[in-house]
Design a protein around this ligand. Structure first.
Ligand code: F6R
Length: 609
């Protein structure tokens, strides 16, 4: 989704902004642009396509300060140079980069046109630049405040004033905005990775706040124009974490990081209490008594985070004996959802900025419900606005397709389920077994990763298939869904995940020699039933690839290909079975020459509905 960055300070803004744009690339975009002030003149460069295309259009000696820049993910208006940001006002006194959607842009545009102002682009964002310019007499801050009063919708924006190069103004409503405080310089961006090379000292702008930046000062005000105090926080991420290192793609790097990221999710042991067979999680803001009073749980998220939420629900029901349900946040938000005193909600989000999840969380809170966040990005909006929560500490996830965040989210749900379960239903001996088993998972994943060449061979063999079915039961059903999502996202091959038990109720009609079925068959409650479903596919000449932890003759007979993951408890098995599926999607996409890290049409952080 769109990314924005602004710089004010003594240095030439151009290389800083270009580097920032490259750090924002991972979010997904279709055009980019830079606006700079040089000798009190506004210079804007923008280009459809990759940042490399923008770079080719820039003068070799490009310089100027302050400056703003943008990666656009089109919503209003086609993907072309004109619709790219920054957008300059009719009189070139104001330039704006904008994330979000202005809902009432059409009537404002109509009115401005009636006043004789002409527009160059089809975007909603150009309206902001013209509206601010219309209000701009001599005070930039007042002009921005007056314009914002007229806008409805979501925005994270940065405004540059051609005749006032000593300041940059930012404002936020619904789209993230973070200020980076440097040595006699300030940065403003939608994402900390865009500023990490320059400063780790940041503070967060909240909805309906406006920030005025000068190179050595900042001032944040709310809608009443009262100054808001900000606490500067330190970003924990290191620069090498947002770089590819020796890997060709971030996706492979992040898949391979999972032994460490899972360990970080259980706190390297710090969140585990092996002697009591349980876990301890700070930050939940719930007392022991509260856990006895909870009578049901709803977990919510979108995409991969939703599949982690499904597993979370499964684990909480099984271990903590609580009625649980996973919901897609986008559906929950608009239903007349039941919210009761003793219900507990979990909002799962890697970025902590997904608007569907954030909006559902706010709706639940508005109705008096209590929502805990399970987030990766520290200081993200969901993390800040939730009533408590747990960070997964997976480190920056740059590839658009989520991998390591998924296994870390599942790990955190395991900790929660063990903790609540131990209070309600699980004896210490069983809790200890789960905890011990969890600590063996990183080693087992490392073993799977050592055998990634086997998955690459499978990918070679099946890369010509045009459609795949992914099938699993019980806790492996969300894994099947996640495997299918990964494959379609990065390879553009059609893939559907189903509960294996459901296939004979319809999806089996899709089975033929050309459509392979990928089964996740894990020993436990539904293992035999899953084998029965494999028989059904086999009887219809479907090819079967099986990911299993059970290497026996029957499963080998039924499977055309098999990948055996190490033995583990069924409840922990998603942490292992998902890894070959991630690798399968990665290798197929690579073999087909797809843009693995930035698949078409996708954005890393979806900040629009
Ligand atoms: C899939 C993927 C998306 C995200 C979803 C939620 O690979 O990355 O499905 O999982 O958009 O994003 P977060 O977790 O940031 O809320």
């Amino acid at each position: 989704m769109c990314g924005i960055i602004g710089y004010i300070g003594n240095r030439n803004a151009a290389p800083i902004l270009l580097e920032g744009l490259k750090r924002l690339e991972y979010r997904g975009y279709d055009s980019s642009g830079i606006g700079l002030i040089k000798r009190k003149r506004l210079a804007v460069y923008k280009k459809e396509g990759k940042i490399a295309a923008l770079e080719r259009t820039l003068p070799k000696d490009i310089s100027g300060k302050p400056g703003i820049a943008h990666t656009r993910w089109a919503t209003h208006g086609q993907v072309n140079d004109i619709n790219a940001h920054p957008h300059a006002s009719f009189d070139n006194r104001v330039a704006v980069v904008h994330n979000g959607i202005i809902d009432n842009y059409a009537p404002i545009k109509h009115k401005l046109k009636q006043d004789g102002i002409s527009f160059r682009s089809e975007t909603d964002s150009e309206v902001i630049a013209n509206l601010i310019a219309r209000h701009y007499q001599d005070d930039p801050e007042v002009a921005v405040q007056n314009a914002l009063r007229q806008l409805e919708g979501t925005y994270g924006l940065i405004v540059l004033f051609t005749d006032n190069p000593d300041l940059l103004i930012g404002a936020r409503n619904g789209s993230p905005l973070i200020v980076g405080v440097g040595e006699k310089e300030m940065l403003l961006a939608s994402d900390v990775s865009a500023m990490l090379a320059h400063t780790k000292q940041v503070f967060y702008i909240e909805d309906r706040e406006t920030v005025v930046l000068q190179k050595d000062s900042y001032k944040t005000v709310n809608t009443e124009n009262s100054v808001v105090d900000k606490t500067i926080e330190k970003i924990e991420w290191e620069l090498d974490e947002i770089e590819k290192g020796d890997y060709h793609h971030f996706m492979l790097k992040e898949i391979c990081e999972q032994p460490e990221t899972i360990q970080r999710a259980y706190g390297g042991g710090g969140r585990l209490l092996p002697d009591f067979g349980t876990s301890k999680l700070g930050g939940l803001n719930l007392g022991k008594q509260d856990f006895f009073e909870i009578d049901s749980v709803i977990t919510m998220g979108m995409g991969t985070a939703y599949y982690a939420a499904m597993i979370g629900s499964y684990l909480l029901e099984h271990m903590a004996r609580l009625p649980c349900k996973a919901e897609r946040a986008s559906e929950l938000r608009y239903r007349n959802a039941i919210v009761k005193k003793n219900m507990l909600f979990f909002a799962v989000s890697q970025s902590g900025e997904t608007l569907d999840t954030l909006s559902a969380m706010r709706e639940i809170q508005h109705r008096g419900g209590r929502v805990l966040g399970i987030c990766n990005v520290v200081g993200s909006t969901i993390a800040r606005e939730s009533d408590g929560g747990v960070y997964i500490h997976a480190g920056p996830e740059i590839a658009v397709a989520s991998t390591k965040a998924f296994t870390s989210q599942v790990t955190v749900f395991l900790l929660l389920a063990i903790m609540i379960g131990r209070m309600r239903d699980i004896p210490a001996s069983l809790g200890k077994r789960y905890i011990n088993e969890l600590t063996t998972i990183p080693g087992k994943i490392a073993f799977i990763l050592e055998r990634k060449a086997e998955i690459e061979q499978l990918a070679e063999k099946y890369s010509k298939a045009r459609s795949f079915l992914f099938l699993g039961r019980g806790v492996s059903y969300p894994v099947a869904m996640e495997g299918a999502l990964k494959l379609k996202e990065v390879s553009y091959i059609h893939a559907e995940g189903f509960s294996a038990g459901d296939i004979k109720h319809g999806p089996i009609a899709l089975v033929n020699e050309e459509t392979p079925s990928l089964f996740i068959a894990v020993e436990g409650e539904t293992f035999d039933k899953t084998l029965g479903n494999m028989e059904e596919i086999k009887a219809r000449n479907g090819r079967i690839i099986t990911i299993t932890n059970s290497d026996n003759e029957r499963i080998r007979e039924l499977s055309d290909d098999i990948f055996v993951v190490p033995e583990t408890n069924e409840l922990l098995s998603p942490l292992l079975t998902v890894v070959p599926l991630q690798l399968f999607a990665y290798f197929i996409a690579s073999i087909l020459g797809k843009d693995v890290d930035q698949p078409r049409n996708l954005a890393k952080t979806v900040t629009v509905e």
